[in-house]
Design a protein around this ligand. Sequence first.
Ligand SMILES: C[S@@+](CC[C@H](N)C(=O)[O-])C[C@H]1O[C@@H](n2cnc3c(N)ncnc32)[C@H](O)[C@@H]1O
Length: 451
Amino acid sequence: MPTLNCSLQGPAHGPVTGPVPTSNSHSNARQVALKILSTSSSTSTKSSSLISSLQSPSDRNLCTNLVQTANRREGQIDDIIQRHAKKRPKKVVLAALKLGIVQMKFLDTPPHAAIYETLEALKTFPSVSKPQVSFVNAVLRSASNSTSPLSPSTSNLSPHISSTLSSDWGSSVMSEVAEVYSLHDGGVTLSCTDVDVVGEMFRTHNVTNEISPLGSVGVKNPGSIKKLPGFDEGLWWVQDSSASLPAILLKNSIERIKKEGETVRVVDVCSAPGGKAMQMGSWGWEVEGVELKEKRAKRMRENIERTRLQNKVTVTVADAKTFQPSLPPLGFLLDAPCTATGTGRKNVDVMRRSEAEGKKMEEELVNTTVGIWENAKHWGSKVCVFSVCSLSVREGESQVDTFLRMGGVEIDRIMPEEVPGFEGSIDEQGRLRIFPSDRGDGFFITRFIFV
Ligand SMILES: C[S@@+](CC[C@H](N)C(=O)[O-])C[C@H]1O[C@@H](n2cnc3c(N)ncnc32)[C@H](O)[C@@H]1O
């Protein structure tokens, strides 16, 4: 592999050949993408507001795709930069290399257009010098001529995430997860108060959607979520189909034990932002949510008001390790705080977590969850569901072993007919272990019965 002498002080290179893109070529989207990629907060709310500042929906889509793909493919892009640049530049110059490479290697932009547009975006930054522009031009041209294969998508996972996934599930599952998390999937899945009403409304407004057997609605290209029909009326909320399963499984066991005409009262432990609480409230249940963080509880209250479920769902800010419900609940759902390693499709930071951060988080969250369980098991419930959106055995299967050792419960096996589309994810103990490559977010779910 020839490595050009692309130093920052290198000679200026000639113009890139090929047809020059017209003014209709989304230059604003690329400028904003470059700005976002040049700051360390490229996944933060600041980047969302920069993207929202773009006028046209197609610019916003392109910018999101550029930023998301550059973040998700960081390991593969870094490998290309390393092979073609002698020196690793900083900030906006590094961001320009990423922007050019992402277009050429991952978004099928013809190389001459990708390079031209990247250089034009770079030149709008007043602090950028001519030698820096020449450097970017030279590195991108060298990369565009290269026929070397890309490094595998596993290089986009941090060493900590790839080693924990491999030791828990083996290297082929780790590779599948890396592949899924490396793709930018702009789609969204919704839970609805009434799926038929939402399906009809989307049909009327020509919103292409797919309704899953569990009643979740998938929208591939949603654009702005708040502009989708039914948002203001509170007919739906964003929730992955695997995330809708814990409440559905609790419902099935409650149906079996509840008395004729009995009002179903449940506690939703660790409740915000409220996806599962709203699901249960939409079935007419009385749901008492418990959430530690005031800010998250506030967001949950807004969601409850938007979905008009305030008569059914309440949220109390409290530590679930000591919280006592106002009345004994028939059941509870503990959607425990976790490292969220199953949510990398939406949350790119998950892919990059360091060992120090990952281990500390896991240790704290596992202890918190055991403390919550110790408290909740004395509330007098008959059934409960435990779930985590983590792929870690320690946060999932091992926690269930701990709960069983603590006594008072048995596993209530999940049956295939309860989980259409996820039948293959039931393990030999009747628990659900869903991987992101199966469909949607990774989840682990176990249902218990008190004995
Ligand atoms: C996985 S999220 C819950 C998602 C929620 N069940 C839903 O469906 O929208 C976990 C939540 O637990 C909260 N939490 C963490 N520790 C807690 C504790 N000790 N008591 C109550 N809530 C806690 C976190 O702030 C976070 O909002």
